[in-house]
Design a protein around this ligand. Sequence first.
Ligand code: GLN
Length: 485
Amino acid sequence: MALTEMGAKELADLIAQGGVSAEEAVMATLERIQQTEPCLQALLTVCPEQAISHARELDRSGTSETRGPLAGVPVIVKDNICTAGIKTTCASRMLADWVPPYSATVVERLQQAGGIVVAKSNLDEFAMGSSTENSAFGPSRNPWNVACVPGGSSGGSASAVAARQAPLALGSDTGGSIRQPAALCGIVGLKPTYGRVSRYGLVAYASSLDQIGPMARSVRDVALLFQVIAGGDRKDSTCVSMPASDYEAACIADVRGLRIGVPREYFASGVQAEVASAVRTAVDTLSDLGAIAEECSMPSTSWSLAAYYIIAPAEASSNLARYDGVKYGFRAHAAGRGHIGMAERTRAEGFGREVKQRIMVGTYALSAGYYEAYYKRAQQVRTLIRRDFERVFERYDVLITPTSPTVAFRLGERAEDPLAMKLADTCTLPANMAGVPAISVPCGFHDGLPIGLQIMAKPFDEVTLLRAAYTYEQATDWWRRSPEL
Ligand code: GLN
């Protein structure tokens, strides 16, 4: 089997047994990147020198026990996660040349585990979008059909993993940005519970919603990377100190007695019939394996979209205030305009259209006189959404829904229709609003494009989440298919 076809666990085992060196694994990945990048544009920076030198160091050092669970495995990192010495652009002109002086905690942890960062992946500018079309450096493409978007905002990571550029990637998820592109590219993506993974070194979009998470082609590989990055961090006060569970051990095929809720609001109009039916078939598959599934209701679901698109821009408007031409990155030439003029010019030239729009919406929603009507009400709605989850989780262990209402759409198709674009997030936003963990797993195809199934669980119960996802995956073979490129 080609090295690039192997999953992370298989590859790590092969390297540990001495069947192949870390350097050979990295070289195979770099070659695959070279072959597939021209048609995908999944990556913004490839770092061959650093990757090869890390691999050589690893090949020379230690025994297989001391080298860590990811020893020699290539990993792609979304370009809003800081990597010391490697550009971190957020797909924005604002940070086009910015090289962070430090690495995110997740990057440090994956490197300590022997993982090798080979590239930084494309995204919607500052993670704002659902298609990667908002990248200042051009869109990425879906390996199943290059005329289609890979989803977003972690579209580059999803496209890269589906195209076998690397077995593992990191994404970030504020309203669906790991799960929706995972669904659209036919891979697995996990948004952990808010507070399970450190956000230190993740460039902030909406801090009360952002989480970093793993993306891979199988549930087991997602669990492997999750194990490495999960756990407390003194550098992020919102990251809980509770130790991580054994997520790899959670991957057992057994759902006997598992109680599944299927909230009907997630199958409302706008969900493609083929998507709804693939998801219902998946629920039947789990029922045949001994789970107990039942329809349920989460009435506040339909308000998620409106509330999210107040809260996320409000937090963004405050987080993005730091890009003033002084502290970070780009500075516009504005001779004779003074400090304010320079800052204005910098922000006008440095940010793209979508980012500016969100800053304006967020600033408006937070301003005196409008705060009560918009921001405060959105927070009240958020409480109602959280209560919906608390209520259904008294009865069910997990919830199952579609991840995205539709399969991948064509590039440009929704670019001029912001509402249609945002409707792509309807099924994923509630998990961020409530802080609960959620995973997307492949569950079928329509028109040659992958369909994703979303499973959600109680806060910090990723073990049950992974067990349900693994059981479903092992009973089907959607995840084994690979796109022809
Ligand atoms: N599509 C959503 C947005 O644009 C979610 C993005 C994300 O999760 N980063 O805000």
